[in-house]
Design a protein around this ligand. Structure first.
Ligand code: FE
Length: 184
C-alpha cells in the first residue's frame, strides 16, 4: 500500500468505525483520539508522538468485540492489534509508544501510587484484565525500552482525552503530520 493510500485508509476507518462508544467513556473513539492528539500538540510533542496520540487506539477500530467487553472479562488487546497494522507503515517512534500505552498504565500504577486515583472507572476495570500494576521486575524491563518515556507521555495524553464535548481539531488537520512521519 502506498503512502497516500494508507493515510486515506486510516481516515476512512476513523469515519466508518470511530463514532462508536469508547469503553464506558463519555466520548466516541474518534473524539478520544483527536483529544489525545491535541493534548500532545499542546504539550509540544514531536510529530511522531502527536501521530502516536492520534492513532493510539486505532486497534479499537479494527476489532469487533463489544465496547463493554471489559465488563465481561475480555481484554481486547487493542494495543497489539493497532501495532500489528500500523507497524507496517510507521516507524518505531510512532508505533512503539502505541504498543506500550497499556503497559505504561500498569507502569505508572506501580511507580506513582496516586496515578491510579486519576484513572476513569473504565480504565481501572481494564487495568485488572491487563494484569494490574507492574512488579518491580516488569518496571525495570519497561524502563529498558528506549521508547518508554514517550509511552508514558502518550499515556497521559490518553488519560486527558476523555472530556465530553471538548473541542478538537478536524482529523484532516493531521494529514500533513502523518505524511511527515509515514514510512517512505
Ligand atoms: Fe485511549
Amino acid at each position: 500500500m502506498s503512502r497516500p493510500d494508507v493515510i486515506g485508509e486510516i481516515f476512512q476507518t476513523f469515519h466508518d468505525h470511530g463514532t462508536g462508544a469508547y469503553l464506558g467513556e463519555p466520548v466516541s473513539l474518534a473524539e478520544h483520539m483527536l483529544q489525545s492528539a491535541l493534548a500532545a500538540e499542546q504539550d509540544g510533542a514531536s510529530a511522531t508522538l502527536v501521530a502516536a496520540a492520534l492513532l493510539h487506539d486505532y486497534g479499537h477500530l479494527l476489532h469487533d468485540l463489544p465496547e463493554d467487553c471489559a465488563e465481561h472479562g475480555i481484554d481486547s488487546r487493542h494495543e497489539d492489534l493497532g501495532h500489528e497494522f500500523l507497524s507496517r507503515h510507521f516507524p518505531a517512534a510512532v508505533v512503539e509508544p502505541i504498543r506500550m500505552h497499556v503497559a505504561a498504565k500498569r507502569y505508572l500504577c506501580a511507580i506513582e501510587p496516586s496515578y491510579s486515583l486519576e484513572l476513569s472507572p473504565a480504565s481501572l476495570l481494564s487495568l485488572e484484565l491487563q494484569g494490574g500494576p507492574f512488579s518491580p521486575a516488569e518496571v525495570a524491563a519497561f524502563e529498558a525500552n528506549p521508547y518508554h518515556e514517550d509511552a508514558v507521555r502518550l499515556r497521559r495524553y490518553d488519560d486527558v482525552g476523555k472530556a465530553a464535548g471538548a473541542k478538537t481539531r478536524e482529523l484532516e488537520y493531521y494529514r500533513p503530520v502523518l505524511e511527515s512521519v509515514v514510512n517512505r
